[in-house]
Ligand binder design. Structure first.
Ligand code: C5P
Length: 399
């Protein structure tokens, strides 16, 4: 992992701009070199002199400044940085970014960049909730821009709500672990399909069969593949966790719906089946609530389609790489290796679920199994599992 060393900080014109002065100091404490662009309205809130003194670098403002363009042109400014941080980002700047305007140095650099952009919004609560702002944010997330915050709280204008700029510590935590090598977007020409979460099989209008899958592992995989440039679709059962930023999302309930959604988006290059699919559904789903009748009743169950197996064994449009999961309580390696064959997938990520919770947990202990390799991975966070898997996938496609 290559860590962030150089940041281009764009300070736009909001009252929260004073916080960016503290941000510069704390970034420098982390050994990060900070170069700043101050927009015209940003300079109404903080002066170029304070920004230059704290960053120790020249401050850039003007697109048509002959000396600056000569020394460090607008293209070069973003090339020399590992990432761009827009903090505070006003709704005006967010709107310009979404629509690709370039009428000043900051917006021109943002258009010309080949780097990851992090946006830290700061604005009045009504501005934040305005449908235009929300539309623009949606566009930017789809374009791969990452958002930090905003927070809820008291505003400088006296109102209360969402729109406060995130605290310095949160901003730093969000970018410090950013892996600069991901900037190469090694999966950028590939498409990926991820299944995640549980499925929910209705018994009658109020009862259902499901399981405790949180969706965390599948969501982390979708996020990492997207961050590495893959055009990613996440097909998810019902969960209670935030959706990943960027991938297209298809929400389903049943295994049959998950299969149908998966087949619809083929062809893809990569399929990762991380969902905990119900193996069975109720054969005769009742239209009205089943009544208590004072004696035992039985439910007949029909077998659900095995999505991983179906995708792995397709004659046409089989993804180039199909990855499945295996939750095992005993004989992990043997059972998982057998699963690789019976399902017909290329890789299996097996985890031992005999000793306590995996569902909902933030960590996972994986044994990676392919036709010619078995490898025990250290216990790590589900996000690190997702990152390691994504790196393996990128190596597979580059070899
Ligand atoms: O057979 P088992 O459920 O242990 O296999 C687990 C793997 O198969 C997981 O990757 C899971 O997403 C996938 N699976 C599926 N459709 C099913 C059952 C499991 O895709 N009906």
């Amino acid at each position: 992992m290559k860590k962030v060393k150089n940041i281009l900080l764009i300070i736009t014109g909001g009252i929260a701009a004073y916080k960016s002065l503290e941000l510069i100091r704390r970034l420098k404490d982390q050994g990060i070199n900070v170069t700043c662009i101050l927009t015209k309205s940003g300079s109404e809130f903080v002066t170029p002199l304070s920004v230059a003194s704290l960053s120790g670098n020249h401050v850039y403002s003007d697109l048509f400044n002959l000396t600056d363009e000569n020394k460090m042109g607008h293209i070069q400014l973003s090339r020399e940085a590992d990432l761009i941080l827009v903090a505070p980002a006003t709704t005006n700047t967010i709107s310009k970014m979404a629509y690709g305007s370039c009428d000043d140095l900051a917006s021109t650099v943002l258009m010309a960049t080949n780097k990851q952009v992090f946006v830290v919004p700061a604005m009045n609560v009504r501005m934040w909730h305005n449908p235009a702002t929300q539309r623009n944010i949606k566009i930017l997330i789809e374009d791969g821009v990452k958002f930090i915050g905003p927070e809820k709280g008291d505003m400088a204008c006296g109102e209360y709500g969402l729109g406060r700029m995130s605290e310095t510590e949160e901003i730093i935590n969000s970018i410090i672990e950013y892996d600069v090598s991901l900037l190469n977007q090694p999966l950028k020409n590939l498409t990926a399909l991820i299944t995640a979460g549980p499925t929910k099989e209705q018994i009658d209008p109020v009862r259902f069969i499901s399981n405790e899958s949180s969706g965390k592992q599948g969501y982390a995989i979708a996020q990492n593949l997207f961050d590495m440039g893959a055009k990613t679709t996440l097909i998810t059962g019902p969960t209670n966790i935030p959706l990943p930023d960027g991938p297209s999302i298809l929400k389903i309930n049943t295994a049959e719906e998950m299969l149908e959604a998966s087949e619809k988006i083929l062809p893809v290059d990569i399929a990762v089946c991380a969902a905990a699919v119900s193996d069975y559904r109720v054969s005769d789903k009742k239209k009205s609530k089943i009544k208590k009748v004072g004696e035992n009743i039985s439910l007949e169950l029909s077998e659900n389609p095995d999505i991983l197996k179906r995708i792995s064994n397709r004659n046409s449009n089989r993804p180039k790489l199909v990855v499945g999961f295996a939750a095992e309580t005993e004989n992990l390696k043997n059972n998982a290796a057998t699963k690789l064959l019976t399902k017909g997938c290329d890789w299996i990520l097996a985890n031992d679920v005999s000793s306590g919770k995996v569902f909902g947990n933030d960590e996972n202990q994986i044994t990676f199994i392919s036709k010619n390799k078995t490898e025990k991975w250290d216990k790590m966070s589900k996000n690190d599992v997702a990152k390691k898997l994504s790196i393996n996938i990128s190596e597979y496609f580059s070899s």
